[in-house]
Design a protein around this ligand. Sequence first.
Ligand code: ZN
Length: 148
Amino acid sequence: MSCYICKRIEIIKNKKFPFFVKELETGYVVLGDHQYFRGYTLFIYKNHARSLRELNKEEQIKYLSELLIVQEAVYKAFDCEGVDIELLSNSDHLTFHIFPREDSDVPNNAPVWSLHKSILFNKYNMLTKENSKELIEKLKTELDKLIT
Ligand SMILES: [Zn+2]
């Protein structure tokens, strides 16, 4: 298995991934490793795929409908003015990146990826077991409310 996200899924399945939030029918909700945007969340597709086009129609609709739930939960959990949803076509594994945003934050009117990597992936923004607890709890609470 060469896909690092699939390796991460194995860690999640073994209950050893510290930033795991919740398992949905089509994917796993986890926090992003770097939290420059507080509440940055990933929604990882359960099976190995690189693009939505590899899924059949039914799988696409289910995954995207669960994405809407994750989006709503992030919005409520982190009390933000909006959320950015990013899906990269050139990554190894189908994963949505969900970023809480404020109208006034930087970069303005631009995707988060336009920030320099030294800012976005700064070591001071890294999640730890300690500082992730509150974020995980908040997000899980909102997801549980939306999924009954
Ligand atoms: Zn994979």
